[in-house]
Design a binder for this molecule. Structure first.
Ligand SMILES: Cc1cc2nc3c(=O)[nH]c(=O)nc-3n(C[C@H](O)[C@H](O)[C@H](O)COP(=O)(O)OP(=O)(O)OC[C@H]3O[C@@H](n4cnc5c(N)ncnc54)[C@H](O)[C@@H]3O)c2cc1C
Length: 425
């Protein structure tokens, strides 16, 4: 399909799940879309994440999280690692994170995110069936598995929060959990089943969406880096590293944790830090992983275990060590060491993939989606943290609405960049 020559032109910077979802939603409306990806499509965080569509959960920012984080930072086997260094931006980010660890902020986030989570699941159901996406989509929920009573109390509390927002988590005792997932150790004390969740192969999903966007006429280019945006109060295009100038009616910056300095000259500080996570994939069978029926999150170690074609992906950890792809072997190892405590037959004789990627983590736990105040023609879509896959399609829908209709419904306006920070009047 070729868009009309009078249709609006939009340049999207970044070809991860967010940029590609924006491309599909805009191309479907006949917009002339050019997406510029400096590397290859979906090769950063969108490549190797845990592949869960995890709807309606509260943000990382919660009361007690700062104390827990400080304790974890002293434990080399914990899911959190902060590389000791002098970094004023990181220090400011942590201060902002801490300021948002209040119950009133959790409640605010839930009011915004719970409806978006439901819409996210609807979009995945619809896209996979209507667009016939081959990405291993399974709408079967997941178990939050607990080995300790403290973990179980946390999981139940989270279940109560999301139940209050129209979701249907099911609390399970150890026997019932073991009956449903026999690969678990008999030491499990219980857990929660979250039925409103799905899993898929995240890379396959983005590549399928990219192909559908191309069929709608979108021009998705790889190996093209954007070095600056054109215009000040009114953005009207982008300039590439080769000096090519692409004029556009609007530009979407969907660069994950990278290239946020593109926005600096427009006067907005985007409080996003790269939060490194890892995966290790094992085949199912002797010498590898047990055959899990559905995905599990291991509560005490925050490791996701997701069944994917032929194997299980173990993914997790949150490492604040800067904008780099250095893999720390001990943290990678920790994924399967932790998982071995829950699945006694697990072995790592054969490892099929090891990887790290950088989540774009916003200090207040909410994604950053919308126009910059006082700047026409510029829409930002980043800061999705641990939920970028989940919120990919729904972000595409919001970006489409900001560009074509000039706005989004009330609660979603809370996601705009430059939103009021905690403690500000
Ligand atoms: C271990 C791990 C597990 C995770 N599990 C889940 C999960 O189960 N469910 C979930 O919902 N989320 C999960 N996430 C989070 C999710 O992967 C991210 O939130 C999401 O991939 C972010 O997508 P993005 O498109 O914003 O960023 P990216 O995937 O980083 O894409 C940004 C793209 O922009 C490009 N770019 C940057 N600068 C420029 C430039 N100047 N010019 C052109 N291109 C540029 C980059 O090359 C990159 O391809 C996980 C993340 C990790 C690390």
């Amino acid at each position: 399909m070729t868009p009309s020559s009078s249709a609006p032109r939009v340049v999207i910077v970044g070809g991860g799940v967010i940029g590609v979802s924006c491309a599909w939603f805009l191309a479907r409306e006949g917009v002339r879309v050019t997406l510029l990806e400096r590397g290859r499509l979906s090769r950063e965080a969108s490549f190797g994440n845990a592949g869960t569509v995890s709807a309606g959960h509260p943000p990382l920012n919660r009361p007690g999280r700062v104390g827990k984080a400080l304790r974890q930072m002293l434990d080399s086997t914990s899911p959190l690692y902060v590389k000791p260094r002098f970094d004023p931006a990181l220090a400011a980010w942590f201060a902002e994170f801490a300021a948002h660890c209040t119950w009133s902020h959790v409640s605010h986030c839930m009011d915004v995110m719970a409806p978006l989570g439901k819409e996210a699941l609807e979009w995945f159901d619809r896209l996979v069936s209507e667009e016939d996406l081959e990405c291993g989509y399974r709408r079967e929920g997941y178990f939050d598995v607990c080995l300790t009573h403290e973990g179980l109390a946390d999981a139940r509390h989270e279940a109560d929060i999301i139940r209050g927002h129209g979701y249907h988590p099911e609390t399970l005792d150890g026997d019932e959990l073991l009956r449903r997932e026999p690969a678990l150790t008999p030491d499990v004390v219980g857990g929660v089943y979250f039925p409103e969740a799905a899993t898929l192969d995240p890379y396959a999903f983005v590549m399928e969406m990219a192909e559908r966007a191309r069929r709608l006429g979108a021009d998705l280019r790889e190996g093209v880096s954007v070095t600056r945006l054109l215009g000040d109060d009114r953005v009207h295009g982008a300039v590439t590293a080769d000096g090519e100038r692409l004029e556009a009616d609007a530009v979407v910056v969907a660069t994950g944790p990278f290239s946020l300095d593109l926005l600096r000259r427009h006067g907005t500080r985007i409080a996003v830090q790269p939060g490194k996570g890892y995966h290790r994939d094992l085949p199912v069978g002797p010498g590898g992983a047990p055959p899990l029926r559905v995905a599990c999150v291991l509560n005490e170690s925050s490791v996701f275990c997701t069944p994917m074609a032929g194997g299980i992906r173990f993914a997790g950890t949150m490492e604040f060590s800067g904008l780099n792809h250095v893999m720390r072997p001990e943290r990678l190892e920790q994924l399967t060491v932790a998982a071995g405590r829950y699945f006694p037959t697990l072995a790592t004789d054969t490892i099929t993939s090891e990887w790290c990627g950088l989540r774009p983590v916003a200090a207040d736990g909410l994604p950053i989606v919308g126009p910059l105040e006082g700047v026409e023609g510029l829409v930002v879509a980043t800061g999705h943290g641990m939920l970028g896959l989940t919120l990919g399609p729904v972000t595409g829908r919001m970006v489409r609405d900001w560009i074509l209709s000039g706005g989004v419904p009330g609660p979603e306006r809370a996601l705009v960049p430059g939103r009021r920070q905690a403690g500000q009047k």
